[in-house]
Design a protein around this ligand. Structure first.
Ligand code: F3S
Length: 398
């Protein structure tokens, strides 16, 4: 790779051990993917924050980077941690886990990373503009950034995202290039789609079809309206089931206006959508003992809706509402937290039902998120029920 003078100095250790290690990671990555040079980034989002995923080896790596003088050079935020940083006891997290999780957060804080632990950084001030080059790691956020915001990012791993933060650059390949962002498949949706769970099922139907055909950037027609909540759900599912990082949707995503729709393509019918939806659910309502909303993390208007539905009522099951700490603080101020907690539901800020250490603690989870269903089964051993947002809240009250 061709490095600038300062990048070469970083590689040779002139900026300290941590920056040298970071540049070594990026050069190795760029060499593997054939990048000719590095590219400055303006924003980073680091994943691999939960101690449940990192373990002691991951914590040691972070401490070494902090001790070695690593400091964030650009706006850098974190993916969800394994617990609510302020309220972990209420979620049944053990003190041993909490201490280790706090050490992880401290290591990031020492490096100047903003410890807003969320997979929706674009809702809390880390919101890149169209065409901006960034280095994000959380797959749902990567898809949202590329498709909905029109920013440009590969799906970084935890170490490569941190390396981008400490150096301010990333290898110039993949989603940063115009050529990789052109659609290579046409998809027409003839099914009626309105709710988050339906957008999640659509993400599964499209993701699996494209993955098996070897395509990676769909141009999707037939969707006339999609709310930010719908798009969060769709991006999360498309990334989970198809490994996709970008799609174009005319009238909805900004880059669709600059690319050409490929000829031919596939159709997703109502029957395809319903089959995908059925394949995600493997339990009945009667089996539900855990309810969770907020995958990806909730926006303030979604929390307002939960408060409206719960006001004056009592939940009968463990109900987690997962969101970013700053969004929870707005909910506190607006009175939504009081209504929700009076109903017996719990906020799980900074974390989520997938990265928290809750393996086998519950039998069956109800949610509106296809991504949450996938990991609830794969990581935590839960059965799942997928429903529209309002019906998930009703499920908690039944
Ligand atoms: Fe976010 Fe956790 Fe879902 S990180 S996208 S809420 S699995």
């Amino acid at each position: 790779m061709q490095l600038t003078q300062s990048e070469q100095a970083m590689l040779e250790g002139a900026y300290g051990r941590a920056v040298q290690k970071a540049m070594q990671i990026l050069v190795a990555l760029g060499t593997i993917y054939g990048a000719e040079r590095m590219l400055p980034v303006t924003s980073v989002q680091v994943a691999g924050v939960s101690y449940d995923n990192l373990g002691d080896a991951g914590l040691q790596f972070l401490n070494e980077m902090a001790d070695g003088g690593g400091r964030a050079r650009v706006l850098t935020t974190l993916n969800p941690a394994g617990m609510d940083i302020e309220n972990w006891q209420a979620l049944g997290i053990s003190p041993d886990f909490a201490r280790q999780q706090e050490r992880v957060i401290e290591a990031f804080a020492r490096m100047g990373v903003m410890t807003t632990c969320t997979c929706t950084p674009y809702l809390v001030g880390n919101e890149p503009r169209f065409g901006e080059h960034i280095a994000w790691a959380e797959s749902s956020a990567v898809c949202y950034a590329n498709a909905v915001l029109g920013a440009r990012t590969n799906r970084e791993g935890g170490p490569s995202a941190l390396a981008a933060s400490l150096t301010g650059v990333t290898p110039y390949y993949g989603m940063h290039l115009d050529s990789s962002r052109k659609p290579d498949a046409s998809v027409h949706v003839s099914a009626a789609i309105m709710e988050n769970d339906e957008f999640g099922a659509l993400g599964k139907a499209i993701g699996e079809r494209l993955r098996s055909a070897g395509n990676s950037v769909p141009y999707i027609t037939g969707i006339e309206h999609a709310s930010p909540g719908n798009l969060k759900s769709f991006c999360a599912s498309l990334a989970t089931y198809g490994g996709l990082a970008l799609f174009h949707m005319p009238g909805i995503t900004p880059e669709a206006a600059y690319v050409r729709q490929p000829l031919g393509g596939i159709i997703i019918s109502q029957a395809d959508l319903e089959a995908a939806h059925r394949s995600i659910c493997d339990a009945s309502d009667e089996e539900v003992d855990f309810v969770s909303l907020g995958c990806p993390h909730l926006s303030i208007d979604e929390i307002a809706r939960i408060a409206e539905l719960l006001e004056g009522k009592k939940v009968t099951k463990e109900f987690w509402i997962t969101t970013a700490r700053p969004v929870k603080q707005i909910a506190d101020r607006l009175g939504y937290t009081r209504i929700i907690e009076s109903a017996g539901a719990k906020f799980a800020a900074d974390t989520c039902c997938v990265v928290a250490p809750i393996k086998r603690r519950f039998r069956t989870m109800a949610t509106d998120s296809a991504k949450a269903c996938y990991y609830a089964y794969a990581k935590n051993g839960f059965k799942t029920v997928l429903k529209p947002f309002d019906q998930v809240v009703e499920e908690a009250l039944r």
